[in-house]
Design a protein around this ligand. Sequence first.
Ligand code: ZN
Length: 378
Amino acid sequence: MKKFKTLSLILFTLSFSTLAKEDASKLITQVDNQTSHLNIEISDGPYVFKNKSKSSFTSFWVCDGERKQEITLIDNYPHKFNSCGLSAEVTSGLVKEDNILEYSGDFKIAATSDFHGQYKLMMQLLQNNNIIDTQGNWSFDNGHLVITGDVFDRGDQVTEILWFLYKLEKQALRVGGQVHLLLGNHEVMTLNGDLRYLNPKYEYTANTLNIPYDELFSKESILGNWIRSKPVLVKINNMLFTHGGFHPSLAKEKRTLSEINTVFKANLVKSELSTKREGWGKYLHKKNGPIWYRGYFKVKDEGASNEEIELLLHHFNVKNIIVGHTSQKQIETRHEGKVIAIDSSIKNGKYGEVLLIDGNNKWRGTLSGEMIPLENTP
Ligand code: ZN
């Protein structure tokens, strides 16, 4: 409890000094919102790290506000790490990068995006649309579930989402299905220590464990290594998925999907690079790169034109580009249905949708599990 009080005080002091000029009542509300859910003993984790010596792991939890650490030797997988009701089943040591970017076949596809720590809402959405069962296990058979990034930041159940997707991916593979978690700007920000949108709960975790939050996702951590193995895009049948979008210059310069992903990934974490990001590698991490681009949603001069969208579709040989990142109230389309926007504002914690695809048919799967045929908007 003492730690909690200290943190509240720090948060209050910080907020007070930076917002001193703002209206006082607004300030109080803001501080209350930031800390109200910290008014309980926090539990978080596990954060599991592979040690240099073979088969040894160090795992950390925050259990009821207190630091907990374990060192475990693992002979065979899977191994369940468990403390204070927070568990994770680790199915392998560190993994290699997944370089397969294209899939095709006769299976259903579901796509959603931008969970931002909203674990409960995500579970409800996936359950009601029969992607998982009531126990949270994969029930989408040989279907493919695409999540176009931004699991991190804003909400307070990021760890839960990560371990859930880590598990779900293995369950899907066992029955011929697949989970595609793509990198969004918030994954890349977290790995790079840009923690501007971090929920106060995770500041508490980092302080309690005495490990900077980004280092909880280092290359040696099970989750950090797993996230680093993920691509920035995936093409499934005649659809192309990424977090923000593909700038028309990528088609004009005839860049391949593999080239975009490889160069993007080679420049992923600044502190792990031998030289500074430069040239095209730097461009791919800036505002017109695949995790930040918003050009499909802007008015004519600033955004992509219909001709440019056509050029992109033709170059990548797809019918649709499906993106998250730019939030809508529900799943919507742009450019006569060629672009589909699947960030349905799950981040607000109230509502969300999943795009359901079967052959050429597409539906908005609502939070209650209703299937509404996708129509061209606006
Ligand atoms: Zn984003």
